[in-house]
Design a protein around this ligand. Structure first.
Ligand code: SAH
Length: 517
């Protein structure tokens, strides 16, 4: 065996919501050279892998491999033997109906080291998001995880499950892979003695924005499911605990439940922005249209830092500006004391928070967060003074132009905005299919770049089925100039304001729909 043999991590991805990956799973994904994944509910997990990592899809949908199991086993072993760190990302938990054990056994047999990172299995995650507690002091003191893969009515030895024992089981039954045999499973349980009135529910695509739940009893569930047209992946839950759902349902009631939203900000900002949306029920796809990069030359910035004593105000128009400036200061062997004599202005709360991370407080934040408003707020304070403006290499010059009328202004570039070469293929496909609800626009540059990265047919969908949410009137104006309607505009020009604007539109629509229906 090669000396530098790698390792395979069998990592549970959780049932769908990317937030349900474990911390260890995340840490390993970030180190991966190769990721071999099954059906993945969320491309957001693959975003965690390094850009250079090789991503290999081994399965199209839950439980149905496009690659035979033997081929997957060999693939894992080969990459590890070539010295690579391999993450084998599997839905739910790797060892719960996931063939994870077969992969681990093969690796052991091949002399390849492996480790297992458990995941939130569907029986626990999907039920919790559907408002069904799998155990309850008053209703169930045991729970059984069962596969519904084999037909319980079939007489062959293939159906190795003892359905009579399951019918008598004193607790909750959770059936994986049971949707295609739903009727047969329910009927068998009743025939073997489970009360026909036992509550039961089927949850499709649990923990995902497209989660759907149908509940009933062992007698009528299959009809209701057929009517609603539920299909795989779906989980069946049988037991008294299902009757707790009306009181415990929470996920399906979140303000942005089911909304599919694209975040177009630079990657470093997109992650926290996505988290805000996901925490209120949205599915988020990240498609950076611009990226933030370090400067090619630091000459100009270093010179400005060397002359800080000449200025009265230091003005920041973005969190990136703050971070880039202070990191450079640090690299030059200086620290925040170099700013001690300066007044600090921040364009808005996110920029002020970035200052806060360096234990600096903004002396001035305008009431409204556009360049015009910052210039207006600064005017009385900066009159006749010397102002240093730290900014990106491109963007509007309004602030400088306005301030120049009253103060001596110098601007210095602290980071670069570069255009992304392309949007992620998965996002382009979703735009072209129209299977998205919103795209967020947080600046004019982002809006323009998005426009230029799209094909004509994709552009045509935007502003119609796929709606636009904009951070400010300036950004909205850019979108309109490009021929796009804007459906939601932030009242307060922050990311939180933008999210609020989407929530308002969605809430109003839902209220109207339920009034009509
Ligand atoms: N290892 C996985 C299970 C793989 S078997 C785990 O631990 O969860 C695949 C079955 O899991 C599906 O047929 C379905 O019954 C269930 N399942 C997985 N994810 C699901 C989801 N998001 N919603 C509903 N059922 C899901």
């Amino acid at each position: 065996m090669a000396e530098n043999v790698g390792i395979v991590y069998l990592v549970g991805a959780g049932p769908g919501d990317p937030g349900l990956l474990t911390r260890r799973g995340e840490a390993l994904l970030k180190l991966a050279d190769v990721v071999v994944y099954d059906h993945l509910a969320s491309s957001r997990l693959l975003d965690l892998a390094p850009k250079t990592a090789r991503l290999i899809c081994a399965g199209k949908s839950i439980g149905h491999n496009i690659m035979p199991q033997g081929a997957i086993n060999e693939l894992l072993a080969e990459h590890a033997k070539a010295g690579r760190t391999v993450v084998r990302l599997k839905g739910g938990d790797p060892y719960v109906f996931g063939r994870g054990a077969e992969e681990a056994e093969y690796l052991r047999h091949s002399g390849v080291p492996f480790q297992v990172v458990p995941g939130v299995t569907a029986a626990v995650g999907v039920t919790a998001y559907a408002g069904v507690p799998v155990t309850h002091r008053d209703a169930a003191s045991a729970v059984a995880f069962v596969t519904g893969h084999n037909d319980p009515e079939a007489s062959s030895a293939q159906g190795r499950l003892d359905w009579a024992a399951l019918a008598a089981f004193p607790g909750t039954l959770v059936v994986y892979m049971g949707v295609t045999r739903l009727e047969s499973i329910c009927k068998t349980l009743v025939r073997l003695g489970k009360p026909a009135t036992t509550p039961a529910a089927l949850v499709e695509a649990g923990t995902l924005p497209r989660q759907r739940t149908v509940s009933g009893t062992l007698t009528n569930l299959h009809e209701r499911v057929a009517e609603a047209g539920l299909g795989p992946p779906a989980l069946l839950v049988v037991g008294e605990v299902v009757s707790r759902r009306p009181a415990l349902c929470w996920f399906e009631n979140l303000p942005l439940f089911g909304q599919r939203i694209v975040v177009t900000r630079p990657r470093s900002e997109a992650e926290p922005s996505a988290a805000t949306l996901e925490s209120i029920g949205a599915e988020v796809l990240i498609a950076p249209t611009v990226e933030i990069r370090p400067l090619e030359s630091y000459e100009e910035l270093d010179r400005a830092i060397g002359r800080l004593t000449e200025f009265h105000w230091l003005v920041f128009t973005s969190a990136n500006g703050v971070e880039s400036f202070l990191e450079r200061l640090d690299l030059l062997g200086r620290d925040v004391r170099a700013l001690g004599h300066l007044k600090l202005a921040a364009i808005g709360p996110a920029t002020a928070r970035a200052l806060g991370r360096f234990h600096l407080k903004a002396d001035l934040i305008p009431d409204s967060f556009r360049s015009e408003d910052l210039a207006e707020a600064l005017r009385p304070h900066a009159l006749g003074g010397r102002v240093l403006l730290a900014r990106a290499d491109r963007g509007r010059t309004v602030l400088k132009d306005e301030l120049e009328r009253i103060a001596h202004v110098e601007q210095v570039t602290v980071y670069r905005n570069t255009d992304a070469d392309a949007l992620p293929a998965a996002v382009v496909a979703r735009i072209e299919q129209g299977s998205l609800d919103w795209i967020t626009l947080t600046s004019s540059a982002i809006t323009e770049r998005l426009h230029s990265l799209l094909t004509e047919s994709a552009r045509a969908r935007i502003g119609r089925e796929i709606r636009l949410a904009s951070l400010s009137p300036v950004t909205s104006e850019t979108a309109r100039r490009l021929g796009w309607n804007v459906a939601a505009e932030a009242k307060v020009y922050t990311w939180e304001g933008l999210v609020e604007a989407i929530v308002e539109v969605v809430t109003t629509e839902r209220a109207n729909m339920s009034a009509q229906g």
